[in-house]
Design a protein around this ligand. Sequence first.
Ligand SMILES: Cc1cc2nc3c(=O)[nH]c(=O)nc-3n(C[C@H](O)[C@H](O)[C@H](O)COP(=O)(O)OP(=O)(O)OC[C@H]3O[C@@H](n4cnc5c(N)ncnc54)[C@H](O)[C@@H]3O)c2cc1C
Length: 303
Amino acid sequence: MYDIVIIGAGPAGLTAAIYARRAEKTALVIEKSTFGGQITHSPRVENYPGFAVMSGTEFADKLVEQALGQGAEIELDAVNKIEKADNGYKVICDGGEFFGKAVIIATGSHHRQLGIERENDFVGEGISYCAVCDGAFYKGKSVAVIGGGNSALQEAVMLSDMCESVTVVQNLDFLTGEQKLQKDIEGKSNVKVILSAIVSGIIGDSEFKGLRLSVKGEETELMVDGVFVAIGQQPENEPFKDVVKLNEYGYIEAGENCLPETEFEGVFVAGDCRTKAIRQITTATADGATAAISACRYIDSLK
Ligand SMILES: Cc1cc2nc3c(=O)[nH]c(=O)nc-3n(C[C@H](O)[C@H](O)[C@H](O)COP(=O)(O)OP(=O)(O)OC[C@H]3O[C@@H](n4cnc5c(N)ncnc54)[C@H](O)[C@@H]3O)c2cc1C
């Protein structure tokens, strides 16, 4: 029986582990694929306070090292379900079961991909899923934003202030983002919109040069320095749906206190997997600290 079982070894989960260990609680972190989480896909991070520039992998390695150094245990396994058990929770994984007095869910989310050939080869090298993270790398350059919803339009507005030109590419024949945002982009002379367009391929061999589009069935090319894909995010919270409430998009309903809507005590949630406005490393690590401190207080209250 661990004091705290943390599901997910991204910035939120690993920060929670560090805080839990500093409070002398036993902590197990269970990660199904990449220690460090989604930031490991970023070759360059420039907005984490205290580090002018670092790669996502560098950051992830440091976090893992710090959590292990504090005495946290890390297990490579996928969590399929959590159940209420005597004195805590049973965490059921592919490879076995673990028990914790408290559980922190920190399973993150991932950006929906375009699903085109060679997409992964260009992530961080022409293809980005986050204008807040990577927009500054395209200062004075031409970019495309894929999507027509609120996120895509917000990204287009933000990028228009720093990029030479922004082309919004939407698959439907209308934009789905709110009217105010549509007005905002209409008012920008360096933003244009292409409707009814499907991204069908990438132009460029080793270097990203642009996109192949199918516009109303006609093949065309859009030469840009970079592309921001904003077609939604996908959390992976299905394993927890019997214990915590998910919203219509699959995020765990929880506020800044990291307490999910649940009838069970001792379950906390941290990072990108919960309902929140901004999904960044800073907000994920902040959640990790909040959730861990709340979990420690909860465990102390059991004595
Ligand atoms: C390409 C890219 C670039 C980015 N650049 C920046 C940047 O420059 N600055 C910035 O602040 N943010 C950036 N971000 C966003 C940042 O990475 C996220 O906001 C942050 O990683 C969220 O942390 P998290 O711990 O909540 O979730 P994640 O990092 O998503 O970690 C969650 C972990 O949980 C694991 N997991 C999921 N389900 C299970 C399960 N059932 N069992 C076990 N493990 C599970 C996942 O495998 C994952 O490792 C970037 C994201 C991407 C993709």
